[in-house]
Design a protein around this ligand. Structure first.
Ligand SMILES: Nc1ncnc2c1ncn2[C@@H]1O[C@H](COP(=O)(O)OP(=O)(O)OP(=O)(O)O)[C@@H](O)[C@H]1O
Ligand SMILES: [Mg+2]
Length: 288
């Protein structure tokens, strides 16, 4: 039997357990958060999609940066990880103009302080990917900060190394996704330092919760894009009203099923592995 571990915290999506002094068990639940509010209705197997995809990417990006993954548990939703000293930042990389980036650009002509050429369309590809860091808020919404403020927070040297890693990971993920007919519009990474002070990739990586994935064949700048993530649920919440305050609404069965299908489809398209095979043996995502 695996060690149960001591429960040390709950994120919006993950339960954290300590395994001894220097390891963590990160168990991804099926909870879904929309506009930073956790909804009362779970999406079956969502946690397994996030865990399987993260492990898939961790196994393939070690040439860019080492990561916290030690083992995948047979349940397919729990990762044994090295416990790191997390940088108090989220490294958001944007290759396309969407979401808050688009809203910022429309209001200011810039995205988080990066000036951009005029006349760009919603969902348009940016001249080059941008890093737009955010602080990790203990409660509520993460807050965008300038790269200068981010560098001040963690030190210029560490910030520079981390931003280069985030850009390289985005480039790798975007190229892989593109070869499989998917646009990686933007994504978010969390990094930490191990005991020796080495920078490591942590948390989840290149999942539908941390990224915007768009089908490439229907991609057209000039409006919002359909996506393999919680946009489907967000759209339903917007249509049915509500004030984005907790508690969120219960989801009807068709929205649950539609969301589950989108998460599983993202897994299969990106990994090339049938999701049922992952459920059968989670170790398949680690093989080259
Ligand atoms: N290797 C690690 N060592 C220490 N902490 C980690 C490690 N990997 C991830 N974490 C932390 O574990 C937590 C994961 O939980 P979860 O993803 O549910 O959090 P959340 O940030 O509240 O949610 P959201 O991702 O929606 O913002 C995060 O606070 C993350 O920074
Ligand atoms: Mg998280």
């Amino acid at each position: 039997m695996p060690e149960p571990g001591v429960h040390i915290g709950s994120g919006k999506v993950r339960e954290l357990y300590a395994l001894g002094e220097d390891r963590l068990l990160l168990a991804a639940s099926d909870r879904i958060s929309v506009f930073d509010v956790v909804l009362p209705t779970p999406i079956p197997d969502k946690g397994r999609v996030l865990t399987g995809l993260s492990a898939f990417w961790f196994a393939r990006t070690q040439h860019i940066v080492p990561n916290h993954l030690l083992a995948i548990r047979p349940d397919g939703r729990s990762l044994e990880c090295g416990r790191l000293d997390m940088l108090p930042l989220e490294f958001v990389v944007r290759g396309y103009l969407a979401g808050s980036g688009w809203r910022d650009y429309r209001a200011t002509g810039a995205v988080c302080g990066h000036a951009l050429p005029p006349g760009l369309l919603e969902s348009e590809r940016l001249p080059h990917p941008l890093v737009t860091p955010a602080t990790k808020a203990a409660t509520g919404h993460d807050e965008n900060i300038s790269e200068a403020d981010a560098a001040e927070l963690v030190g210029r040297e560490q910030y520079t190394e981390a931003r280069e890693v985030a850009l390289a990971l985005y480039g790798f993920g975007a190229a892989h996704a593109s070869a499989r007919g998917i646009v990686l519009a933007d994504t978010k990474f969390e990094l930490g330092a191990d005991e020796a002070g080495r920078l490591m990739l942590a948390d989840e990586a290149l999942t539908p919760d941390s990224s915007r994935f768009w089908p490439a064949d229907s991609y057209a700048a000039g409006g919002p894009q359909p996506s393999y993530d919680k946009q489907f649920v967000r759209d339903w919440c917007e249509r049915t009203g509500g004030d984005k305050a907790p508690p969120g609404p219960e989801l009807p069965a068709d929205v649950v099923e539609g969301t589950r299908a989108r998460y599983a489809e993202a897994f299969e398209l990106l990994t090339g592995i049938p999701f049922a095979r992952y459920l059968d043996d989670p170790q398949v995502v680690r093989a080259a």
